[in-house]
Write a protein that binds this ligand. Sequence first.
Ligand code: PHE
Length: 465
Amino acid sequence: MTEITPTTVNSKNEKTFTRTREQWTSKFGFIVASVGAAIGLGNVWRFPYITGKYGGAAFLVVYVLAALFIAIPLLMTEFAIGRKTQLNYTGALRKMRPGTPWYLLGLVGVAVMVLVLSFYFGIAGWTLAYVARSVTGSYVGLTPNEIAESFGKFVSNPSEVLVWQIIVTILTAYVVIKGIKNGIEKWCKILLPTLFVFIVVLAVRSLTLPGAATGLSFYLKPDFSKLNPEAILAAMGQVFFTLSVGCGNMVIYGSYLSKKDTIGGTSLTVAAGDSLAAFLMGLVIFPAVFAFGLDPTTGPVLTFITLPSIFTQMKFGMFFATLFYLLLFMAAFTSTIALLEGIVGYVVDEWRWERKKTVIYTCIGLFILGIPSVLSFGPWSDFTPFFGKTFFDAIDFLVSNILLPGGGLIMAIFAGWVWGIKSALEEINSGEGMKVGSWYSISIKFIAPIAILFIMLQGLGIIHF
Ligand code: PHE
């Protein structure tokens, strides 16, 4: 956060201001905040399902390759751009290449964060509602059909949904108003370790259910025949979405980073933490889904219909349900915090607004923008003008498969060919710790731009090989 402190009074008796930028208090603080930014709904309801759908372990191979040669180098680039300039993405690009249109890439990034956050707040609200429902046992004893009906009623009742959405928005605003050290870092240090404990408890519960093995084999058994161009685009889209790269969200976290440590090692830790959470989520979900003879699904249906049907049949089901929805809430919450900081950081740096005012106005705007997404599950669920997708599915597809990879492509060109690999590496490697070299250079200059372009064109059916 940029604090504005009045320092001197000039001859006209006006106060002038100097800005000092806050920093993470420790490497651990930065890592938990960044892993928190990365872990989110993408890990819980996107990763397990698309992994199962597109060939299990075969899909994971593509996922890991896309992470290693595309997304992780881009993550390092984002942190480096932020740390180098101590600014948000737009401001950073303007500072690095003044008088050129590069800063527009930052503005597109802000738009993407607004888009993601507009539906994220709503869904995070649902998770809180389901914490409440699990604690009170309100769906105990219902059949799967009745559970589906009750979810349908819940999402088509905008007033209830919007109340939960407001609660999450206020909680996020509360953390972000307090800034980096006393807000984001402090909360992520509590939320993230708790989240991992919950995942492990739930994974153990799920894996020890009778019949868990069928789920495991659906999840992980390699099936290379399912690896078509669509699957490869999905893997790349997933890596971008889950690591939050491509829109400059990680630039803002990098801008609060000190020069003490190199960026390479921390970025790998962030990517590993995020992937571990995603992988473990698959171990939570599939063994349980198959043990209870249900169909694996994705998104809201999985989270709010399939899983509650399982919890009601399980011994101590409401205890595990409460853990699960709290886990989901924490995952979503650390992402809403990061996304809001990405937008607020832009406004504070560029428009020179004060933080508190920025947070309040941004949250009001986001709340209003989020209403169509929320309604797309209920009253508007039949409104599918976007290639047969609902408003929510359309945003999800647009963000993961087009905007983030597209943004990453241009960012790779910027770092590799405009800012220059030498300067990028200098920033990444400054400090103590692991240094990177040709792996980064080759990935950013060649592999990432070519692979992203190729995978996007092929996956969208524009070219065929
Ligand atoms: N990484 C988050 C998730 O997996 C989503 C996200 C995407 C957040 C892009 C910020 C920017 O849920």
